[in-house]
Write a protein that binds this ligand. Structure first.
Ligand SMILES: Nc1ccn([C@@H]2O[C@H](COP(=O)(O)OP(=O)(O)OP(=O)(O)O)[C@@H](O)[C@H]2O)c(=O)n1
Length: 379
């Protein structure tokens, strides 16, 4: 909607800010606009029909476009972690003051309604130089910015972006100060999850490793550097035909599939990982184990049956195809055998055995015996 004709905005001093300004100039897709309002009060916003949504800051949703309009504000750190902030929003806060509180110069640009750039921190020059650079020493006031910077690198690395030397130094300092340990699990996971959805997710972990953050936040991953390098290489090797919405979960599974169960569980608990992610990681780990053993000798019916039981294939048959596809990335021959074994074993129905008169423990034993036999025939 053109600002000039939007009655809700009439008389308000409004600027487009943040990601939209950055991405439009990068030629990156822009999904939503964020706006800053200067010189207004919360009452003036609600009077115009805006809906307050900010719990911690005065942010409002436009009654029609539902885009976010934030009152210009400054933030000062007053304690540890995310809650230790004093937010100051008043009609006296200027656009420049609002931009100065932001993390990276490329995120600290604004645009007037006429499309004119307001860029007090050299964001456009940094965009052109492909450089992630902090706005001011106040960067350290939110330790999440270390993760955000790594995440932006994971998004734009393919465009040639790097983290400016002085920003790397500041990130390392922030890690050394111990402030990252005050980040709550949810914020760490949310940022990591977003990074896993970026085009170059491995770069996120590399950048965090370089500044020492990875060792603090995800220590299980740095226990074996060679294994970590391999794991990062796997992030782009996913099973075929997985749905787009499953990609992040698969990338997480590939990242941790080489870890022992206790390390995987510790990670999952520390990050309060969603159950589905932890489950898929476990299935990928079991599958990796099977494949590695098969590299030494062809698995027999009992071994493959144990794998199918482990991934709960009988109740969750949809799990099998992607895991077989995963195997095929490294061992196509084994994958063909597993696919056939599964097809044959799945044809042995408990119902038929019941009709034959099996029940209780004998039913379970006979079912396993016939499944093993079918698998052996397939392999
Ligand atoms: N810890 C944070 C979080 C956000 N911001 C600022 O708030 C803006 C909006 O944040 P967010 O919506 O998280 O990021 P975007 O830059 O819009 O990026 P994305 O494309 O991921 O939405 C950022 O541009 C940045 O200026 C910040 O300075 N420090």
């Amino acid at each position: 909607m053109a600002e000039g004709r939007d009655p809700h905005l009439h008389g308000l001093e409004v600027y487009r800010v943040g990601g939209a300004v950055r991405d439009a100039r990068l030629g990156w897709p822009v999904y939503d606009n964020d706006w800053v309002v200067v010189g207004a009060t919360p009452e003036a916003m609600t009077r115009r029909g805006f809906k307050p949504v900010g719990r911690d800051f005065p942010v409002f949703l436009h009654p029609e476009t539902h885009e976010e309009y934030a009152l210009a504000r400054t933030e000062r750190k007053s304690g540890h972690g995310y809650t230790g902030f004093t937010v100051h929003a008043s009609p006296a806060v200027t656009l420049e003051e609002d931009l100065a509180r932001r993390d990276l110069t490329i995120n600290a640009m604004a645009e007037t309604p006429e499309g004119e750039l307001v860029d007090p921190h050299g964001g456009l020059a940094d965009l052109e130089a492909r450089r992630l650079r902090h706005v001011s020493p106040a960067f350290v006031e939110d330790p999440l910015r270390v993760l955000r910077t790594a995440r932006f690198l994971a998004r734009y690395a393919g465009l040639g972006f790097v983290i400016a030397d002085e920003t790397r130094a500041l990130m390392a300092e922030l890690v050394d100060s111990g402030e990252l340990t005050h980040l709550v699990a949810e914020r760490v996971w949310t940022e990591t999850e977003k990074a896993l959805g970026e085009p170059w997710p491995e770069v996120y972990f590399q950048a965090l490793d370089e500044c020492g953050a990875l060792a603090q936040l995800l220590p299980e991953l740095v226990a074996d550097r060679e294994a970590l390098d391999e794991a990062l290489g796997r992030l782009h090797r996913l099973p075929e035909d997985i749905e787009a919405e499953q990609e992040i979960r698969w990338r997480w599974a590939r990242l941790v599939e080489h870890l022992g169960e206790s390390a995987r569980t510790a990670l999952a608990e520390r990050l309060r990982l969603p159950r589905a992610h932890a489950d898929l990681a476990r299935q990928a780990a079991l599958t990796r184990q099977l494949r590695l053993e098969a590299g030494c000798e062809t698995p027999d019916g009992a071994r493959v049956l144990a794998w199918l039981d482990g991934i709960d294939a009988w109740r969750r048959s949809e799990r099998v195809a992607p895991l077989v596809s995963l195997v095929s990335l490294d061992d196509p021959g084994l994958a063909v055998g597993l696919a056939l074994a599964w097809r044959l074993a799945a044809q042995i129905l408990p119902r038929v055995l019941v009709e034959e008169g099996f029940k209780g423990r004998a039913l379970g034993e006979e079912l396993a015996r016939r499944r093993r036999e079918a698998i052996d025939a397939a392999l």
